[in-house]
Design a protein around this ligand. Structure first.
Ligand code: F6R
Length: 358
């Protein structure tokens, strides 16, 4: 039920701090990580991970690539389910497949899993629905523990998925003796994430006003960022377009000058993310370029890289998992933009909660 909320989407956005705490208490037993040990050995033995997903889950996979490569010291390919099954690349010698699917019913992802099973490779489904098709047909399952997600636009499953990827990556890294995995206090980080999200959702009015100031009467908007913020920008743009029907794109900030900057005119809304330390200075340069062409820029920066005048500050959090927190402003901006247009926030036109056709 929606309880006191008018929409499931807002309720689900607000549930994210609790979801982070639930993941932490479920998957950690003191310092011990609570995952299937057989699965852990199996996945840690792989020479390459293939993460397969669609939509928002695909965007969670893009964030996961960084996490697994850093913490588990394993190369990762991230694949769109609708492409991968039909254009399978040359696989590594010891591949392991990870399917990310909130519903566990996405046909595009399932057709890949059927092929993976035919080839005899092992797989893991990370899903919010433990008895779903993808969960039953994969070798292993990890639960997202986000609780039922009803709004078509996925919010808490995205943040839960990143957290669960981090749990597995840390467990793999510890098993393999990777220093970065041992050094990361993931429980502490998930607690920080919960508090940081709470701070953001407590400031809803601010994001309502931002949606109003930046998006009223607009047909196009851009999210830009580098590194981890690029992956995040894709998700931020998807949230906005799917429920507000404003055309929006996520871009690698450095790619703007290779074409897209021609779309920037006076008052074009550009949301620029700066949570990635390596990319921060360059993204500032890109912000200057679009500002010089009249763009209406909102900077969403982590505390560490924020400068005077930045409008939205993201509380301190480990950079690798920072999209767990920094996506929330984008969820709220999308929500309020959709509401302002009188759209059905929970059930946008042309979309279904689980897509069971290829
Ligand atoms: C976007 C959204 C979709 C789903 C996609 C995959 O908000 O909800 O893009 O993420 O259809 O669905 P699952 O994760 O159920 O496989």
């Amino acid at each position: 039920s929606k309880g006191t909320y008018d929409t499931f989407m807002l309720k689900e956005i607000d549930e994210q701090p609790a979801v982070m705490r639930k993941i932490s208490s479920h998957y950690f037993d003191g310092k011990k990580i609570n995952v299937d040990q057989k699965m852990l050995k199996d996945v840690a033995d792989a020479d390459r991970l293939y993460i397969v997903a669609a939509g928002t889950s695909y965007h969670a996979a893009l964030v996961g690539k960084d996490i697994f490569e850093n913490l588990a010291d394993v190369p990762v390919d991230v694949e769109l389910a609708s492409e991968f099954g039909y254009h399978m690349p040359k696989l590594s010698k010891k591949p392991f497949f990870i399917f990310l699917s909130q519903s566990g019913e996405t046909a595009d992802s399932r057709q890949v899993l059927v092929k993976v099973n035919e080839l005899g490779f092992h797989s893991l489904t990370m899903t919010n629905v433990p008895n779903s098709t993808l969960s039953r047909e994969a070798t292993y399952t990890m639960e997202l523990l986000a609780g039922p997600e009803i709004a078509v636009a996925s919010t808490k499953a995205y943040t839960a998925n990143i957290a669960v990827e981090a749990v597995l990556a840390k467990a793999m890294g510890e098993l393999k003796g990777v220093k970065a995995a041992k050094d990361l206090d993931l429980q502490g980080q998930l607690a920080l994430a919960a508090n940081a999200i709470q701070t953001i959702v407590d400031e809803k009015d601010k994001f309502n006003k931002i949606a109003d100031d930046y998006l009223t009467g607009k047909n196009d908007a851009f999210y830009i960022g580098r590194g981890i913020d690029y992956a995040l920008s894709l998700e931020a743009a998807l949230k906005l377009k799917e429920i507000s029907y404003i055309h929006s794109e996520g871009f690698a900030a450095g790619e703007l000058k290779h074409g897209t900057i021609s779309l920037i005119e006076k008052d074009t809304p550009v949301f620029a993310y700066i949570n990635d330390g390596i990319g921060a200075a360059h993204t500032r340069g890109n912000i200057q370029e679009v500002t010089a062409r009249g763009a209406h820029v909102l900077v969403i920066a982590s505390k560490k890289y924020a400068e005077k005048g930045d409008q939205v500050i993201i509380p301190e959090i480990n950079e690798m998992i920072s999209p767990i927190v920094s996506v929330v402003p984008a969820q709220l901006i999308a929500y309020y933009a959709s509401l302002a247009r009188g759209n059905n926030v929970d059930q946008p036109r042309n979309l279904a909660k689980s897509v069971t056709v290829e």
